[in-house]
Design a protein around this ligand. Structure first.
Ligand SMILES: Cc1ncc(COP(=O)(O)O)c(C=O)c1O
Length: 393
C-alpha cells in the first residue's frame, strides 16, 4: 500500500492522494483499471513465495486487486484506522464482519430501528446457523446491559439509526461492551466524515460504500474498517465467502472519494435547511433530523458528530392516501430506495426497505406507516424545497 507523508494531514488531501502514484509503466496520472480476475507470475517459485507470504502482490481478484488496495487505503483514512477491507456491498461487509466474530452458539445485541437488510440477516438468517440476536432499545443502557449474556460476542449499532434517525451514545455502549469483553461494530454509512466511531470507542466500523462514499448511485460496495489484525481475520473469512468487488467498481469508488469532502459538506447544509423548512410545514407532524435543536438527542448528536448528514425522515399528516399523493407528486426527487447520492431520493420505509420487518419490530423501532425517509442530494436547496412545496400543497 502506498502511504502519504504524515506532513499532509488534511482529510480532503489524503482522500485525493492516499494510495495513489502515477502509473510507473505509462505515467498515467490516474490509476489504471485492473479489470482482471487473475495475475501472472514470472515463475512457479515466485507464486509459491507469494502463497506462503514471503513476498507481496496479487494472485486472484477474489483475494485482492490493485484497485481494491487504493480504495482500502482511502477508506482507512476516513476512519483514521489501521486498515480496511473492501467488499461487494454493505451487506457483504456486515455479514463478513459478524461471521468473523460470531459462530454457532453465540449471541448478538442490536436494535430494531436498524437498516432492514441488517435486521433480516440478524433476525431471519443467522439463527439458522445458531447465532441469536436480542433487539433492545439501544438508548436505554440498562436494557443493553441486561441483554448481555456470557455468549454475547458483539453489539451492532447504527447511529443515526435507519430510518428514524435516533442517536445512540457510542462511547457509553463501547464502554459497556468492553467491560463484558464484547466487541462493538458501528454501521457508519449515514455519517461518513461526520462521525468517527473508532475514536469514540467502537472496535469495528462497517460501511455501505454504495451510499456517500461512492455517492453517485452507480456502484454497490461495502467496507470493514478496524485494526490490521481484525482486517486480516475478516480477509480470511471473506476469501471463503467470496464477497469481492471488481476492478472497475473499485476504480469508480476511488474517483467518488475524491469529492467526498465537498459532497458531505453540501449534503449537511442542504439537509439542515430542508429539515428547518419541513419542521414549520403544517402538513408535517414530525421531522427526525439530529441537526435540529428539537431532536430529542440533539445534544448527544452535537457531541459525537461534526455534521448531521444528508438523511432525514418525516411523519406526514394523514394516512396511506396522503403519503401516496405526496410521493407521486414529486418531480425532482427520485422515488427510490438507497441514499447518500448526489440526487435527492425519497422512500416510505414500510413499503420498501423495512417492508419485511415484522409489525412488532417496526413498532419497537418507531417505524410508523406515515414515516417517509428523504436523502437530500446536492442540488440547489431552493429547488429541493420548491419540489417539496409543490408536492405538499
Ligand atoms: C445503514 C445501512 N447499512 C447497510 C446497508 C446495506 O448496504 P448495501 O445495500 O450496499 O448492501 C444500507 C443500505 O441501504 C444502509 O442504509
Amino acid at each position: 500500500m502506498i502511504r502519504l507523508s504524515t506532513r499532509y494531514q488534511g482529510l480532503n488531501t489524503r482522500l485525493i492522494h492516499t494510495g495513489e502514484k502515477p502509473d510507473p509503466a505509462t505515467g498515467s496520472a490516474v490509476p489504471p483499471i485492473y479489470q482482471t480476475t487473475t495475475f501472472a507470475f514470472p515463475s512457479n517459485e515466485s507464486m509459491l513465495d507469494l502463497m506462503e507470504g514471503r513476498s507481496t502482490g496479487h494472485i486472484y481478484t477474489r483475494f485482492s486487486n490493485p484497485n481494491f488496495a487504493i480504495a482500502e487505503a482511502k477508506i482507512a483514512q476516513l476512519e483514521a484506522a489501521e486498515a480496511a477491507l473492501l467488499l461487494a456491498s454493505g451487506m457483504a461487509a456486515i455479514s463478513t464482519a459478524i461471521l468473523t466474530l460470531a459462530g454457532n452458539g453465540d449471541h448478538i445485541i442490536s436494535h430494531a430501528d436498524i437498516y432492514g437488510g441488517s435486521f433480516g440477516l440478524l433476525h431471519s438468517l443467522l439463527p439458522n446457523f445458531g447465532i441469536a440476536t436480542s433487539f433492545v432499545d439501544a438508548a436505554d443502557i440498562d436494557a443493553v446491559k441486561k441483554a448481555i449474556r456470557p455468549n454475547t460476542k458483539l453489539i451492532l449499532l447504527e447511529s443515526p439509526s435507519n430510518p428514524t434517525l435516533q442517536i445512540y451514545d457510542i462511547r457509553q455502549v463501547a464502554n459497556l461492551a468492553h467491560e463484558h469483553d464484547v466487541q462493538l461494530i458501528v454501521d457508519n454509512t449515514f455519517s461518513v466524515l461526520n462521525q468517527k466511531p473508532l475514536e469514540l470507542g467502537a472496535d469495528v466500523v462497517v460501511h455501505s460504500c454504495t451510499k456517500y462514499i461512492n455517492g453517485h448511485s452507480d456502484v454497490m460496495a461495502g467496507a470493514i474498517v478496524g485494526t490490521q489484525a481484525f482486517i486480516k481475520n475478516c480477509s480470511d473469512v471473506y476469501r471463503k465467502l467470496g464477497g469481492n468487488l471488481n476492478g472497475f467498481d473499485a476504480w469508480l469508488l476511488i474517483r467518488g472519494m475524491k469529492t467526498l469532502g465537498l459532497r458531505v459538506q453540501r449534503h449537511n447544509e442542504n439537509a439542515l435547511l430542508v429539515a428547518e423548512y419541513l419542521q414549520q410545514h403544517p402538513r408535517i407532524e414530525t421531522v427526525h433530523y439530529p441537526g435540529l435543536p428539537s431532536h430529542p438527542q440533539h445534544k448527544l448528536a452535537a457531541d459525537q458528530m461534526t455534521g448531521f448528514g444528508g438523511v432525514l425522515s418525516v411523519e406526514l399528516q394523514g394516512g396511506q392516501l396522503e403519503v401516496d399523493q405526496f410521493l407521486n407528486r414529486l418531480e425532482l426527487f427520485t422515488r427510490a430506495v438507497s441514499l447518500g447520492s448526489v440526487e435527492s431520493l425519497i422512500t416510505q420505509p414500510v413499503t420498501a426497505v423495512h417492508h419485511s420487518v415484522p409489525e412488532s419490530y417496526r413498532a419497537l423501532g418507531g417505524i410508523k406507516p406515515n414515516l417517509i425517509r428523504l436523502s437530500i442530494g446536492i442540488e440547489e436547496v431552493a429547488d429541493i424545497i420548491a419540489d417539496l412545496e409543490q408536492a405538499l400543497s
